[in-house]
Structure formats: structure tokens, C-alpha cells
Design a protein around this ligand. Structure first.
Ligand code: SIN
Length: 497
């Protein structure tokens, strides 16, 4: 089955760019190398993009560093205006951005449109935060002294975005950086560079000065580009969203230049349904937490813990609800679950399902790749529910990153807190309960960065996003997001006569 829309349907064809972007120029790789981008729903080629390397990265770093000399002197009001304009442009061209995103990532058009709105919200939010950057006056014991602090931009910021939310993760990082007066280098994932490049077109149109926005594209030279960014002393900040393994590598490489880091890494979110929950609330929250972007989110409900008394009722209601979800290409009307972005994601999900069966699990629904009777060519998986496996199963220990619900039965609150915390990572979590005291107790006890209560989505520009343990450090979005790009300078003043 082919997509019902293509890149030819763009109202602004210039949003579809197939070059990198350095110092206000659309450029090829210095080497002339390229790589191809594919639609994961049809496995058809949709673009050819420059395969950039160290030389291109160094040019972008120099352009951003040059821009910093004047950009750091711009007023917060001016930066806020550019950000607001960019946000407005995103919303004005939301249909085009969503189509590009849907075709390169696989997520449905409806979801892609949601991501564009989410992306624009960060720009608007940080436009507000730009004007709230301020220091403080601190009382001192020495009567002849005064201490005051003020905040200044760190300098060039490298923003490395993942393929699962290519537009929103760019604006969550870049919006904060530009608000703080830091010029930026964007490194989109090789699988999904097109929506980032479209965003660069709009950011330029919004008025950001030359060199404040640079985009380096790569698929196969990602190690070389990453190393150049990490080791450069001119890059003062690096923000990365992706796997724990790559986060550790980047942190090690950044140790040479000791730059400030934000790492939003892997998760293994517990989704806990207590006996006192409303079944309908629990089911709808689980659908959102599990099937958003076909289960490919860092905060997806990876381990669904359900209390004994509600287990059968919830499982049955969830199974019936999942049976209604339409699977297919993202541009088709009514489709809720698109393909996964990689072929290897289907292989990993199958490995997890087979391993869960070996550990006593039973497939209640789905459990196989999906081609709709040979009509679908892409990387699809049947929405799956598996239950009853032992804690040693891969579904307990690793992110499955697929539309696979792994169900676990528990008896007491204390037991589920121990189960939920029994892992190396701690990003998102979900609690479904009607009890306010229980909500507080469990939220405080979970070793995570974020807790959702009676809902299935942790995403809001106003809320700081990030984790603990091996899920990384730093926060994006919220009031805290801008501080990641600022340094505090203190001034001690002698006022003795
Ligand atoms: C992620 O999966 O990394 C981000 C999800 C979100 O911001 O909602």
C-alpha cells in the first residue's frame, strides 16, 4: 500500500531541503558524499542528503562561534520576538511539516501534526523565558561587601536530536539555547533529517542572525561528527537525546573539553494500575503511553504492572480497545499505529516477544510482523499484548521500543514500588489511582525524573523533562530548561568608604 500523500503535496516546496546548512548557506558535504532517506511505511527512497564529516562540522562550529560574538549582545526582547515568529511560522506551515515528518519517521499524519504543535510550544515557551533570565542580590556577612549574580550564555551549543521526535526535540533544545543567546549546531538523526532542515528554513525566515543556526547531516559518519563536536573547545554545551550507550560515549568524549552536558537517555517506564483505578482511565492512558509513535518513545509504558483485583478486568478492556486500533501507512485516514522507523526495530520486538514466551509469557494479542495480506511493505508489527513472563525476561529489563504491551501482576503497593525501582534507568513513570494519599506515596518513592498520574502523556513545554540514574541528567523544557545553556557569574563589591 502506498502513501495517500507525497512530498509533491507540500504547499511550500522549499521546505523540502536536501542539503546541510552552515552560516546561512545550503551546502553539500565537503567530501561530496551523500546518503539516502527512506519512508519506513513503504521502504521507498524519499531524499538524498549530504553525508557530512569533521571538516563540515568544524565549519559549522566556527560559524556559530563567530555569530556568538554579536548574538550574545542581542536583547532578550529581540530573541523572544524571533522565537515567537518562528513558533508562528511552524503553526502556519504545520501541514507541510507534519507531512515531511510522517514520511521520514512513519508516525501518522495526525500524530505528526501533534508533534509540530508540541515543537512550536517550546519556541513560544522559551520566548517567555528569554526575558526572565536574571540573577540575584545575596546578603553577605561582611557589611562592607555586596554579592550579586548574573547569568550569561555559555556559547556555542550542539543539539543532537533523535529520530523518534525529530522536530520537537530540536525545538526543545534549540529554543532554550537561542533564548539564552547561544548559537546552535543541529545534528538530526540520519533517518530523519528532513523535518529538521524544514525547521531551519523557518528559523531563518523568523530572522535569526547568520551563524546562529547550522545543520550538520550525517548517517554513516555520526561517530566522526559527534567526536568533532565533543572535542571542540569552542562548543561549550552539548545536549543529546538517545540511548544510554551513546550518552555514555558522548560524556566520555566531552570529558576532554569539559563542556556542559544534558543527556536525556533510555527509559523503562513502569505504568502502574492500582485496584482503585477507573478501568476506562487506565485503558485510555495505557493506549496513549504505549502506542504513541508506535511505542517508540523514551517514556513509553514499558512495564505495565496491574494489581490483582483489577487485573482481569483491565486486561480484557485493554485487549478489546487495542483490537480497534487501525495499523497502516501514516497518511491513510483513521490509522492509529504506523510502522516502526527501522527494520531492526521489528527484529528487536520479535526477539523480546519470543524471549518473554521462553520465560513463561503468553501472547494474548498480536505477536507477529504485520503486512495486511501482503499490502504493506514497511516495518509494521501487530499491536501486541504479552503477559505472565518472569522478571528475567527482556521485556522487564530493556526498552522494547515497539507497540508491545508487557503485563505484570502485583499484589501490594510496597511490592510494586520495589519492582518498578528494580532497574538501572529512571525516566518516566505512570500511576493510575483514585487515591490521593497513594498518589503522593508512590510518586515520592519511584526513582524516576517524571511521574504521570491518571494520564498517559508526560509531554508539556511547561514541565521539566529528564531522568535520574542511567537515564541521564539535565532538564529540558520547563523553567529549568534555559539554565542548561547559561552560566552564573558572581560579583563581589567592596562598598567601604
Ligand atoms: C522522547 O521520547 O524522548 C520524548 C518524548 C516526549 O517529549 O514526549
Amino acid at each position: 500500500m502506498s502513501q495517500t500523500k507525497s512530498l509533491k503535496d507540500l504547499k511550500r516546496p522549499d521546505l523540502f531541503q536536501q542539503k546541510g546548512y552552515i552560516a546561512e548557506e545550503w551546502v553539500d558535504a565537503a567530501s561530496g558524499d551523500t546518503f539516502d532517506v527512506y519512508d519506513p511505511a513503504t521502504v521507498e527512497k524519499i531524499a538524498t542528503i549530504p553525508e557530512m564529516g569533521r571538516e563540515d562540522t568544524n565549519k559549522a562550529i566556527q560559524a556559530a562561534h563567530d555569530a556568538f560574538q554579536t548574538y550574545k549582545k542581542t536583547t532578550a526582547r529581540q530573541r523572544a520576538r524571533w522565537l515567537r515568529k518562528w513558533s508562528d511560522l511552524c503553526l502556519e506551515h504545520a501541514d507541510d511539516l507534519a507531512l515531511i515528518l510522517c514520511l521520514e519517521n512513519g508516525k501518522t499524519l495526525v500524530e505528526a501534526k501533534g508533534e509540530v504543535t508540541y515543537a512550536a510550544s517550546f519556541l513560544e515557551w522559551f520566548a517567555g523565558e528569554a526575558e526572565r533570565i536574571h540573577g540575584e542580590v545575596v546578603p553577605v556577612a561582611n557589611l562592607n561587601q555586596r554579592v550579586l549574580t548574573f547569568k550569561q550564555p555559555l556559547g556555542v551549543a550542539a543539539c543532537l536530536a533523535p529520530w523518534n521526535f525529530p522536530i520537537a526535540m530540536i525545538t526543545r533544545k534549540v529554543g532554550a539555547a537561542l533564548a539564552a543567546a547561544c548559537p546552535t549546531i543541529w545534528k538530526p538523526a540520519g533517518e530523519t533529517p528532513l523535518s529538521c532542515l524544514a525547521q531551519a528554513v523557518l528559523a531563518k525566515e523568523a530572522g535569526f542572525p547568520k551563524g546562529t543556526i547550522n545543520v550538520i547531516t550525517t548517517l554513516n559518519k555520526v561517530d566522526e561528527v559527534g567526536k568533532a563536536l565533543c572535542e571542540s573547545k569552542l562548543v561549550r554545551k552539548l545536549s543529546f537525546t538517545g540511548s544510554t550507550r551513546v550518552g555514555q560515549l558522548l560524556a566520555a568524549q566531552c570529558s576532554k573539553s569539559l563542556k556542559k552536558l544534558s543527556l536525556e537517555l533510555g527509559g523503562n517506564s513502569p505504568f502502574i494500575v492500582f485496584d482503585d483505578a477507573k478501568v476506562e482511565t487506565a485503558v485510555e492512558a495505557a493506549i496513549l503511553a504505549k502506542f504513541r509513535n508506535s511505542g517508540q518513545t523514551c517514556v513509553t509504558a514499558n512495564r505495565v504492572f496491574v494489581q490483582d483485583g483489577i487485573y482481569d478486568k483491565f486486561t480484557q478492556a485493554l485487549t478489546e480497545r487495542i483490537k480497534t486500533l487501525k495499523v497502516g501507512v501514516g497518511t491513510e485516514e483513521g490509522v492509529f499505529v504506523g510502522p516502526m522507523t527501522h527494520e531492526r526495530a521489528v527484529d528487536k520486538a520479535m526477539r523480546h516477544i519470543e524471549d518473554a514466551q521462553k520465560h513463561g509469557g503468553k501472547v494474548i494479542l498480536g505477536g507477529k510482523p504485520y503486512d495486511n495480506g501482503g499490502k504493506l511493505k514497511g516495518y509494521f508489527l501487530e499491536p501486541t499484548i504479552i503477559s505472565g513472563m518472569s522478571p528475567e525476561a527482556l521485556t522487564t529489563r530493556e526498552e522494547t521500543f515497539a507497540p508491545v504491551v508487557a503485563l505484570y501482576r502485583f499484589r501490594t503497593e510496597a511490592e510494586v514500588i520495589d519492582l518498578a525501582n528494580d532497574c538501572d534507568v529512571g525516566l518516566g513513570s505512570f500511576i493510575i489511582t483514585e487515591s490521593i494519599p497513594r498518589m503522593w506515596r508512590v510518586a515520592e518513592a519511584l526513582e524516576v525524573g517524571m511521574v504521570g498520574v491518571n494520564l498517559g502523556l508526560l509531554s508539556a513545554c511547561e514541565s521539566p523533562f529528564g531522568g535520574v540514574k542511567m537515564s541521564g541528567y539535565g532538564r529540558e523544557g520547563g523553567r529549568q530548561g534555559i539554565d542548561e545553556y547559561l552560566t552564573v557569574k558572581s560579583m563581589l563589591i567592596n562598598i567601604a568608604t
